[in-house]
Ligand binder design. Sequence first.
Ligand SMILES: Nc1nc2c(ncn2[C@@H]2O[C@H](COP(=O)(O)OP(=O)(O)OP(=O)(O)O)[C@@H](O)[C@H]2O)c(=O)[nH]1
Ligand SMILES: [Mg+2]
Length: 398
Amino acid sequence: MRLFSEHCKWKKTLFRDFEMTNNQPAVETNFLSENDNGELVSVVVPTFKEAENVPLIVRKIHKVLTESQIPHEIILVDDDSQDGSVEEVEKLQQGGFPAFMIVRKGSRDLSLAVIEGFNRAKGSVLVCMDADLSHPADVIPELVSCIKQDEADFAIGSRYVEGASIEAGWSVFRHLNSKISKSLALPFSNAKDPMSGFFALKKETFLNSAYLNPVGYKIGLELIVKCGCKNIKEIPIFFSDRKYGSSKLSFQEQLKYIQHIKRLFDYKYGDLAKFFQFCIVGATGAVVDLSSYNIFMSFMPIEIARIIAIIIAMTWNFEMNRRFTFSYGKHRHWLKQYFGFVCCCSIGAVVNWSVSMSLSRNFEFWSEQLTLAAAAGILCGTVFNFLLNRFWVYKKKD
Ligand SMILES: Nc1nc2c(ncn2[C@@H]2O[C@H](COP(=O)(O)OP(=O)(O)OP(=O)(O)O)[C@@H](O)[C@H]2O)c(=O)[nH]1
Ligand SMILES: [Mg+2]
């Protein structure tokens, strides 16, 4: 194996190379030797307003990987912090550190920043970690070795396996938040810490991923699912709190996580996920229906109150399905789509009625189980309704 010192013949002349990244300029320095024999490890660090942490994390990663004789590049992907981070990286480059910074403009997004870094990485193994020194760089060689030795296709620096620990002082809310996030990820991975932002995988695995469309923070989970990683190894870490700068994990990011989970459901379970969402919307519609009925019946005849409540619930269901279940079908004209939906609901109601009536009238068993027959009618009506909506009312753009 080629010695690390040989590898470190990165070009002495540093230059600023303004490239277009997402139509925006990126600051980059080319320090790699022509041929790294596939040994190169790329450490990608997303940053946003981390000017104080940038020199510390780069020095730390470089020290650990140099001591372990692992050739490496450090790619910081910054969402235009304008806090002196770029200047910090320039100073590091002048000091010979193999680091460069990509500056993204436009709306900021941690996951997209990581993907950008991975796309630009030249290494055969990719590592992702936070800039705030929460993740111990000392664990990188173990993560890398796991991947290189094919012990796993995804290696996680985990907070929740035996031997791992978290710095004392986490609030109840933060623990709870972490537990809920973990539970939501259960249908996708049995890893103990799929939400960790500290992980490694082969570049080849990354390149073979399905279309990536994460929103928010959980890029690790996105990659586990879309790269089809089954063999996951978790290495215990001590997760420390940031000393400098402030957390960017806002309430808005938590909401984005729910959106992300929905996308992953759609990806993994396809129409079954859509049917499930359609039923949830239907259940919320029943609540809207009953609540409105109760309000209106207090001051008008029940016949009219019932009609109004049904119209409100139907409009609610339509809008919810348009926004969530079939959000890809939003391009169609609202009114036309609404009438399509009402039409489907009516046909669904006829199917519902016909199934329950024909069961109750024609079969002895069902004639004694009228509620069950009605339930069978509801199920058939719902499936019929779903299929009409899925393939006609909210059909995808060609
Ligand atoms: N490029 C980019 N990086 C981000 C963005 N938001 C956060 N980061 C970086 O992602 C890493 C994790 O963000 P943190 O704010 O530390 O979030 P966290 O670790 O989940 O939360 P704390 O433990 O409270 O710090 C840090 O290196 C941030 O600088 C973003 O929108 N764009
Ligand atoms: Mg952090």
